[in-house]
Design a protein around this ligand. Sequence first.
Ligand SMILES: C[S@@+](CC[C@H](N)C(=O)[O-])C[C@H]1O[C@@H](n2cnc3c(N)ncnc32)[C@H](O)[C@@H]1O
Length: 331
Amino acid sequence: METQAEKIISTNGNMMAGDRPICPTLLKYYKEGDIQAKLDQVNTPEAVFLFNGLPRDVSMMLLGGFLTGAFAEQVPSWQEVVVDYFQNNSRIIPALTANPGTYTMLEKMYHFEPVEGVIDNYFLQSIAGGQALKNRYEAVTAQACKHVLEILQTTGSCYMIDLGSGPGRNGIDICRQHPEFNGNIKIDCVDIDPEAIVFGTKLVKEKNIKQVEFIPTSMTRLHKRYPGTVDYGIIIGVLCGLTRAERIGLLSIIRPYFKSGARLVAASLLETMAQKDLLCAYILRETTGWGLQYPPLGELKEVFEAAGWIYEGFFHEEPTRLYEIGIGVAP
Ligand SMILES: C[S@@+](CC[C@H](N)C(=O)[O-])C[C@H]1O[C@@H](n2cnc3c(N)ncnc32)[C@H](O)[C@@H]1O
């Protein structure tokens, strides 16, 4: 029988879609979490803003579910009271339910697109939402610029891939921040979401960027296109939805795309999000069913190494530090 990891690797579609059992780390915080820590989280300015802005029955049911660590299916009427309200009064929640990990949520969290309403404004203000995601986006672009510069100084050209790129925001930023890279850098943005490709193509045209190309193919199906020819890669916002076995499977399958010595930068959510912003983790899982993973710091190193990579180290998005952003080197 095909394992879950094999299923991911053989997929042509969104690898974050589909049911997974709750991440064991998240379960621990749901069920065994310190009640005072949970009470502190419902008293943050953004949580108060949310609870005060919801109808009373929705607010009370959400609060009760969060404090007791109840799953959606354990609370009578949760679907009709909480889920239906969140689905009907947010643009982020229905989009994530239909397409887990959709780039459209990131456009809002990166502040490119304004948000409306209490729920989406709550996400924008929350540590795990608008804060950490924007910090991650900026930290990855800054690190990638440094890495690309090193490659250009050593070899004179850089073939970069962004796996699960969405509309290619990181690649676009790299080109805009460093016009002097032009002509020496080529960035392939790989994504299976046709909407992301259409939107990204429009963005690069508007900004007159010639170095970015969109590749509408599953990132697991590119062995012919990249037979060990890639100098540099990033994979951001993808591993967060995959289990440890799935991550190892994916990092193994994409390793042959890279030249020996090439770096791959990969972001992974950390247990820290379950500690610092359990409310956001709870709302996401219990209103959309999207099963994010919250491994401890250091697991990404094990995952890279199990997939045959050398682990050079990691950095965080500052100052939120909810992500381990690892740097693997192809052997
Ligand atoms: C959360 S978004 C991240 C976008 C971008 N990397 C960022 O950080 O702003 C994840 C992206 O992965 C894409 N994706 C999911 N499965 C994929 C697959 N099998 N091949 C290529 N892209 C995939 C989704 O369509 C989505 O655009």
